[in-house]
Design a protein around this ligand. Sequence first.
Ligand code: SF4
Length: 306
Amino acid sequence: MRHRSNTALKRKSLLTAKVLRWYRKNGRQLPWRNEDDPYRVLVSEVMLQQTQVSRVLTKYPRFLKRFPSLRRLTNAKTSDVIKAWEGMGYNNRALRLQRLAVTVLDEHRGRIPGNIQELEALPGIGRYTAHALACFSFGQQVPVVDTNIKRVLTRLRSPQSRRPAPKEEDIWDLAESLLPRQHSHDWNQALMDLGATICTAAQPKCDRCPLVDLCPSAYRVSRRTRAAKKPEPGRDGIPNRIYRGRTIQALRELKTPGGMTRTALARKIKPNFTSVDRRWSESLLRRLQKDGLIRIRAGNRISLPE
Ligand code: SF4
């Protein structure tokens, strides 16, 4: 028993040393890594949720220049926040971020709390974001589990081919048990980078991985054929998600106040629009209105919300 726990301790310290050494040499230089201001970290986390790092790199400084503080974000017109989100996709996140900022102002006097329970109680903040803020902004020694880290830990835990896949809770427990105290910031960032650049989903580069000697899945990750994706709802082979983005973009680019008519907007987002598309386009607009991303004004003209 004692022998087993010694072996586990040795493995853990070897793992820590290898990961941190690799990170010092290979870690990505990302601007939000030098931040501990909770607002700035929050903005980066929300942006990174559904957008590639390369794109966030250009949009993140631009957004912060426009809204340099949580208070400035809460005071902004929603239409300006949506405009500043241009190029990021999934515009709902811009609204969520502003609503979150308003809640922080109302309930925490504008200071993002450092306590995980309080963070998780905020609208739109899940377990991952709460832990990321606690670790990266408040220096807490807590694990972070995003998609990349989950993949690395799953493969380190047992041969990847073994079924069933571990439960979410088991991965959090493993992350907690492996966390090197006093190094949690670099450790969490390092695992993210390892998952994003080496231990990738489709083709892990085990030959370049610092953990190859310790990993039971090394060179054993089978390339499973991906399950066919369920087709997304859309029109003429284009997903509604794209039409939603086009609608918001058309309204962003509008130079004159007063909004656009439904037909002009429909033709803008779908150049071959005809009357048979009318029901579909109405339902698209209703969804956008329900999500708070557009406003249908008197006279049936459509604009961004104020
Ligand atoms: S050895 Fe391969 S499977 Fe294991 S952590 Fe490294 S890249 Fe991933």
